[in-house]
Write a protein of this length. Structure first.
Length: 83
């Protein structure tokens, strides 16, 4: 995996995360879906990966524990191979 660094704006409550440990030892890892919870800002995110040996792996939902995610708009973005 390559560290791409921080992209976009951050705020006082921004938390970084890293799914590399979750995917350690997996083969042919591919990001297939991204789930996002929003209002006018991104409030939460979850990545779904596909591997050739462990199947589908859903990373933990990253959202502030003080927030009720059911109050935000939910979108799921699917990525085709090569995207």
């Amino acid at each position: 995996f390559n560290d791409l660094g921080v992209k976009g704006l951050t705020h006082d409550d921004t938390e970084s995360f890293d799914d590399v440990g979750l995917l350690q030892g997996c083969k042919d890892v591919r990001l297939v879906r991204i789930r996002v919870w929003t209002d006018i800002y991104v409030k939460g995110i979850q990545a779904i990966y596909e591997t050739s040996d462990a199947g589908m792996i859903a990373a933990p939902i990253r959202i502030n524990s003080d927030l009720d995610r059911s109050k935000f708009k939910f979108q799921e973005i699917s990525l085709d191979r090569g995207e």
